[in-house]
Design a protein around this ligand. Sequence first.
Ligand code: AMP
Ligand code: MG
Length: 483
Amino acid sequence: MENHTTTWNWDHSYIRLNKLLFSEVTPTPVPQPELLIYNSKLACELGLKQKIDESLLAQLAGNLMNEGIHPIAQAYAGHQFGHFNILGDGRAILLGEHLTPTNERFDIQLKGPGRTPYSRNGDGRATTSAMLREYLISEAMHGLHIPTTRSLAVIKTGDEVYREYVSEGAVLTRVAASHIRVGTFQYAAKYLPKEELSIFCNYVIQRHYPEVANDTNPPLAFLKKVQDKQIDLIVNWMRVGFIHGVMNTDNMSIPGETIDYGPCAFMNTYHPSTVFSSIDRNGRYAFGNQPSIAQWNSACLASALIPIIHEDKEEAVKLCQEVINEFPVIYEQRWAKMMCSKLGVLEEQAEDAELIKELLTWMEENHADYTNTFLQLTHSSEDHTGIYASNEFQSWFTHWKKRIAIYSMHDVNKLLSSSNPKFIPRNHLVEKALYQAANLNDFELFHTLLEVVQTPYDEHPKYDHFQEPPLDGDVGYKTYCGT
Ligand code: AMP
Ligand code: MG
């Protein structure tokens, strides 16, 4: 454990880019930094101290900018609910890029550190509850084996934050492959001359997709790669019932990580039109719309890249269109493969599409819980109760049993247990844990829930009740953005 005594190993490659892409800015010091949670395991992975000391605490609160930290706020734009806006880190500040002992590069960013030139009317601050929420859900996503930004620490500031009610403020340390978004390219395309857009694109290629650097058309190959990563990400969201809630182009990360845990939630009862976000009145970002929105976002990235894809704009559009048109085809293939894995089907066959469709239709008609339905597959039919004992489900179950009978049960069970989480962060538990932690300073439930959702494919016999959906379903459950 000796090697966990290193501190930062900064590099600041972003600062060497065009000055229009960021602003130098200092976090606003906070009166009383107090550690709420520190991710020792992640710290170890990063080659940082396993225990937070006073100096690191002060840095992560935004109070101490020493040891080579070079804080900036990044500029970006974005289509928010389909409308184009100029944005930027309004309540986030990048401390720099940290290189781990194995030479991996991670952005280290403070979320909630005070105003920046991009704050518009906002206060640049965040509530304790919202930052603990991001910590919990991002770590749950990591536990689910889904690419995501990580959370290193949450530090209470000692300041009040004014929302609909007065809350305590906190700063989250977010760790990401980078914070470069589709919206960053939209910004670059709008403000940078073509040559500079090209330099920026080459930088991002070198940083995230170096394998396309020598392609005959690197920006086009890059578009394909980013789209590919997005498809994998959305397929993963669909696997576990995750609803991002605000898939604006500024919240779509170029390295393909889940980013920005604002109004996100997990679906209990299966329905494609499920939406929890209070601001998503038309269900633009509903569960079942996520793939088509990701395609839409991919088209936004394509638009931004057009000037550097081909001299002839018409030709560039044509080349982009070919890539974007592939989205639904590739998505459908990967989704079907993923759904087969949720059924323990080792090699996909044509008839499986029907098996999947029948189950989803049954779930929708019977208001079945998405997560728990797949867990029923490891039980024998005598153990099925409630809606799972019904003739309809049993008939499907018999059909399914026949389908998987050609494989070894050992292999089927292995695939089932790696594709289907036993635990998701259930909305009602998340809310209860956050309420107790943020309002009553009682972290017991927060810590147990965190532990369980960090290893969601394992058994947690003491916490079987965490698998239960709320008694009244999700009626009236709402999530809020940017709190
Ligand atoms: P989000 O909904 O978190 O993706 O944020 C959308 C935009 O609003 C981004 O440019 C954020 O930086 C900005 N923003 C969100 N909350 C605040 C805040 N409290 N103060 C300043 N800017 C904010
Ligand atoms: Mg955002």
